[in-house]
Design a protein around this ligand. Sequence first.
Ligand code: NDP
Length: 480
Amino acid sequence: MQKILNYINGELIEPVSGNFLQNINPATGACYSLCPDSDDKDVNLAVDAASKAFPGWSNTSASERSRIMLKLAALIEENNDRLAKAESMDQGKPFWLAQKGEIPRAKANIHFFATAIEHFASEAHPMGDHALNYTLKTPLGVVVCISPWNLPLYLFTWKIAPAIAAGNCVVAKPSEVTPMTAFLLAELCIQAGLPPGVLNIVHGLGPKVGPAMNTHPVVKAISFTGGTKTGAEIARTAAPLFKKLSLELGGKNPNVVFADCDFDKTVSESVRAAFTNQGEICLCGSRILIERSIYEKFKEAFVAKVKKLKVGDPLAADTMVGAIASELHFNKILSYIQLAKEEGGTILTGGSAVTPGPGFENGYFIEPTVIEGLSQYCRTNQEEIFGPVVTLTPFDSEEEALQFANSNEYGLASTIWTENLTKAHRFAAGIKTGIVWINCWLLRDLRTPFGGMNQSGVGREGGWEALRFFTEQKNVCIKL
Ligand code: NDP
């Protein structure tokens, strides 16, 4: 059986303990590879390698760092379909989604920061003719990047690209649920000529490997994407150690539909926003708020479209909804559907686990599920489900829609559907989310700040924000 290996000091190696975890294909429920069950000994090796590499890498010119990263981006592009297939088998998502969306985006992440670093300049503040300030942006040193299982290579590269572009050396951990593409990336890093120790990848269980990484005295910063509870735990342990923190956490995003929207486009895009990647995207619109005058019409059209979504083999071209990433998560989603029923919700479509065909009897598939009849303040509408489950709720006025939209402790993303631009601007100003989409969903420009408010996180990623996070500003003042 294939063994995934840690990537430390430029080499692919087994964990010190020699222990491995089973890596499951969620479409079949069968183990198909082995993932290192690393511990603090592996983390220490990785941090040592990163520390040794740091003086050389941080003094490498930005253009040389850029050159190596561009080579890595080209290799990701060359291996697009191989990586997409690996992602689909490991995570359960449709192959075409990884092939057309995620792996090209992983390449774009590396490419974007490889070119951005060549334009990341120091600032100068002259004080008349008697003094001059200049502000250097220097790399931090050894930094930690931890990413989740929903968009494995996409989110992994989104973190490591700005970190290494800025001259840091990285110790990274993908989720143990989806380790495969990070392993394949390590092979590509070797081919691209990334110097040993610049990127180190330690695989294993979060609660075992994570704290060893986050509390290591040499580590200067932690960039984490994952659940709010884990983010709180990381903040609790890392804050007294004065480590710089970027936390991208959960969401429970409102999708607000006004009566004056472009109806057909809104229905289609709301289905996409709800069920892409089995609803396992932190930005999915899972609370659909609809102006009462079009509620019944919207409900009918939306449910009809959802019923047509094919749940099936992630590798099949016509599959729209693949497998849920893990058994644990599968059971969590089903428990939320049960909760919704107990809270008085009516299931309009879906609501059950399903076997999409022979060979998938032990896989983790759930029908796309639409629920109505729930209060905005019940647990189903307040807690993140992170699966193919959405609720529909009518509203009577713009004020009520805003109140519902902001009724949640999260604040990651929101979507507004209206042809009235004045209303759209007004609503966008009032909504408490870090990202607001008007008449679109998941339209991303990598230069824009990305992140959430409240329980959805602290800090922003993307563009200069990410490069600023991974650098320390040092002001030098010269009296002339
Ligand atoms: P988790 O918080 O469980 O895990 C995220 C990562 O942290 C994994 O690599 C995990 O390892 C690791 N981890 C777990 N425990 C610790 C610990 N104590 N210390 C350090 N690391 C640890 O989240 P999920 O993987 O379940 O991801 C889903 C969550 O991520 C959802 O809440 C979703 O909204 C959020 N998310 C947020 C995004 C954003 O940009 N705001 C984007 C995408 C997802 P392992 O899995 O190996 O145990």
